[in-house]
Ligand binder design. Structure first.
Ligand code: GLU
Length: 304
């Protein structure tokens, strides 16, 4: 693929693409972002790097960090993890409680809030200092010491996380949360508050494009089998209740966050991160989805 030509074609497409949707406002700190920001970065498995727009600017990766929590929890807990969280698409919003009640506290998948709270509970059970060890895990994967939490976002989420509190209490009532609710929630809000630029994000996620081994640092983050499964979960569950639409229009495994970021993987080829804060009605970046659709259509690089 000629990535330089591709970046220039995307740049032209951006000039005519409308930008619809609204910046997430239910977390007050997220409202402050300039809605006109746009960044895109591609990192390839042969360690090439291509960026466009605000690709070096850090933003709140929000739920994208759920994939990284899944990676560490799956690595530690192995297949025992699946006794406590399922791998099915939810078809409901990321913070929905309806399914959780009739499915007796077992979240549909690890990439919705309830599922990620279970991942956090697993990590709190196994790690001595979850906050420090988790951020170190990301810094080691990528070889990038600058990845960090944002305490303003953390505080903002903590003040307004009523639904997350409801989800975790419901799961605790079914026996699916082993640690203290406050400890697990605190760790969950830390995860949501991680900031990265498109460049950092695409580089961290490269291990999922290379069967679990990070091409730059050569670290085996997870086994090839686990890497394949994490990609499968992203494909089916990475876009709230719009995972079908993303598979249909873009055709890559990926994950979005309400900060307007999307990361997507082409196994064997590249990892791409896009950031545009205006979200569509389902909570995914409007422009991010359109640009990824343009990219895979133009280059015929959907995995299907
Ligand atoms: N911090 C957000 C929440 O818990 C995550 C939402 C998201 O990006 O999906 O509501």
């Amino acid at each position: 693929m000629n990535y330089k030509k591709l970046i220039s074609a995307i740049s032209d497409e951006l000039k005519v693409l409308e930008d619809k949707g609204k910046v997430a406002s239910y977390i007050p700190e997220l409202k402050k972002i300039d809605p006109g920001k746009f960044g895109l970065h591609i990192a390839t498995v042969d360690n090439k790097s291509y960026g466009l727009g605000d690709y070096n600017e850090k933003f709140s990766i929000q739920s994208i960090s759920k994939v990284l929590a899944l990676t560490l929890a799956f690595k530690i807990d192995d297949n025992k993890l699946w006794d406590r969280v399922d791998v099915e698409p939810s078809g409901t919003p990321f913070n929905s409680m309806i399914q959780l009640e009739y499915e007796k506290g077992i979240p549909r998948n690890p990439l919705i809030n309830a599922g990620a709270l279970v991942l956090c509970d697993v990590l709190v059970s196994h790690l001595k200092n979850p906050r420090e060890e988790f951020i170190e895990f990301l810094r080691n994967i990528s070889g990038d010491p600058n990845i960090d939490y944002c305490y303003k976002i953390f505080e903002s989420e903590k003040q307004t996380g009523f639904r997350n509190a409801a989800l975790i209490n419901l799961m605790k009532s079914f026996g699916n949360i082993k640690n203290k609710i406050e400890t697990v929630l605190d760790f969950y809000y830390h995860l949501c508050s991680i900031e990265m630029s498109c460049k950092e994000l695409s580089q961290v996620f490269l291990y999922l494009a290379a069967k679990g081994v990070h091409p730059a640092t050569k670290i085996e983050v997870v086994s090839p089998s686990k890497s394949k499964r994490i990609n499968a979960i992203m494909q089916l569950c990475g876009f709230y209740d719009e995972a079908g639409e993303f598979a249909f229009t873009v055709g890559l495994p990926g994950k979005s966050g309400v900060g307007g970021g999307i990361v997507a993987i082409h196994p064997g080829e590249f990892s791409i991160a896009v950031w545009s804060p205006r979200l569509n009605k389902k909570g995914n970046s409007y422009k991010g989805m359109r640009i990824l659709e343009f990219l895979t259509s133009k280059t015929e690089s959907s995995i299907f």
